[in-house]
Design a protein around this ligand. Structure first.
Ligand code: CA
Ligand code: CA
Length: 392
């Protein structure tokens, strides 16, 4: 969460002679202009970390703590190139930047470096630059993520004088690395997120702007009796994603499915998502399908085990989060399923791969060739990640 630097609605910077003149007194002078600052200044591109304490090389009565009071009209100031201010996070943290609101930052550009340290003795320079000189708002300066307890801002004067003056400063935490592995959410407006297709014609797997569950596009999959693009059993039109999850890997998959209001009610199999084994034949190790008026998750091929089932609902998006550890060993592999926000299948150990074969994902509609009625199912939001947070 971004932290706001709270501002007075109108910030009055009060008189002092010689705006821009060299400041030679023991206390830094302030400009003789009235400045109106923007209200509700936001620290951009920075996740501020709490600081335990702050010290500085010196001050003129404007104390270091003034840089963390959320007020832009209070500041730390010290005269002299090489002045520094040093923030202690209390313990090592992953940090990747600093946000600094420079006093008089709109009239002078500050030369500075950023240094980090874990022990307060040995410092490593991680940034060297100059502030824009165009704003009193906080500017964020970023660097490659480092683990450190302290961040020091070392100021080498500014374009008008040798004062170091900072109104507010924050140490920015490194953003958590996203571990989203793949998205198949159709937000490209096409099916390019997927590896390949098995379809008789492009009208059978259409990216559509409505209905959607997520973003601006979803997939409309249609199967008519006789659709057999790969000269195999059953009728199908499916997208393929070569996920090929390694043995022992663990992933979360989020996806949304909606069965059309006239989706066929037949007492035979109609698959809408499956992880197929690399081998040619037989039922896949993990399959979601409709049978009659039920939606089911079957694991282990034929016959396998129906580990979850629920009444078929048409015309409403169904939200799924599947958590899988992929393994041919039933004591190692597991599945866990959330349906419409509820945990409906607590973690259950089961073999999720066939020995010696990896799986790949197929999404669309694949059904018995005995079904005569046209079937339509919508898919959206496919996301594959390493944590539940990734796919939420
Ligand atoms: Ca302040
Ligand atoms: Ca979408």
């Amino acid at each position: 969460m971004k932290k706001l630097l709270v501002l007075a609605e109108t910030l009055l910077i009060i008189a002092g002679a010689g705006c821009g003149a060299p400041e030679t007194s023991a206390t830094e002078a302030t400009p003789d202009t009235f400045t109106t600052a923007a209200a509700g200044l936001t620290v951009q591109n920075c996740t501020p970390l709490a600081t335990a304490s702050v010290i500085a090389s010196g001050h003129d009565g404007n104390l270091p703590d003034n840089t963390r009071d959320d007020l832009l009209d209070t500041r730390w100031s010290n005269l002299g190139k090489g002045s520094w201010i040093d923030y202690d996070l209390g313990s090592d943290k992953a940090i990747s930047g600093a946000a600094i609101a420079w006093h008089d930052g709109n009239v002078r550009a500050n030369n500075f470096t950023l240094m980090v340290s874990s022990d307060g003795v040995n410092y490593t320079q991680v940034y060297s630059g100059t502030s824009s000189g165009t704003t009193e708002a906080a500017e964020t300066y970023t660097f490659a993520s480092r683990t450190a307890r302290r961040l020091r801002i070392y100021v080498n004067g500014n374009t008008l004088n040798d004062w170091a003056s900072i109104a507010e400063a924050r140490v920015c935490g490194a953003p958590a690395a996203s571990t989203v592995v793949w998205r198949g959410d159709f937000e490209t407006g096409d099916i390019s997120q997927w590896s390949s297709t098995q379809m008789v014609s492009s009208d059978r797997l259409q990216v559509v702007p409505s209905p959607v569950r997520q973003g601006s596009y979803a997939l409309k999959a249609t199967v008519r009796q006789g659709d057999d693009p790969i000269n195999s059993s059953g009728n199908r039109n499916e997208l393929v994603k070569m996920t090929r999850e390694p043995v022992g890997s663990e992933y979360y998959y989020r996806f949304n499915t909606m069965f059309a209001s006239d989706f066929p009610s037949v007492r035979t199999w109609q698959l809408f998502a499956q992880w197929h084994h690399e081998g040619c034949c037989g039922s896949p190790p993990l399959e979601f399908y409709v049978y009659g008026e039920e939606v089911r998750l079957n694991i282990g091929g034929d016959p396998g085990v129906i580990v979850w089932k629920a009444p078929l609902v048409r015309g409403q998006w169904q939200d799924f989060i599947l958590h899988v550890k992929w393994s041919p060993d039933a004591t190692v592999g597991f599945v866990e399923l959330y349906h419409n926000g509820q945990l409906v299948l607590p973690k259950r150990n089961i073999a999720t791969q066939f020995a010696g074969m990896l799986n790949y994902l197929k999404v669309g509609l694949y059904r018995s060739d005995t079904v005569t009625q046209t079937g339509v199912v919508y898919h959206d939001g496919w996301t594959m990640g390493r944590t539940l947070a990734d796919v939420l």
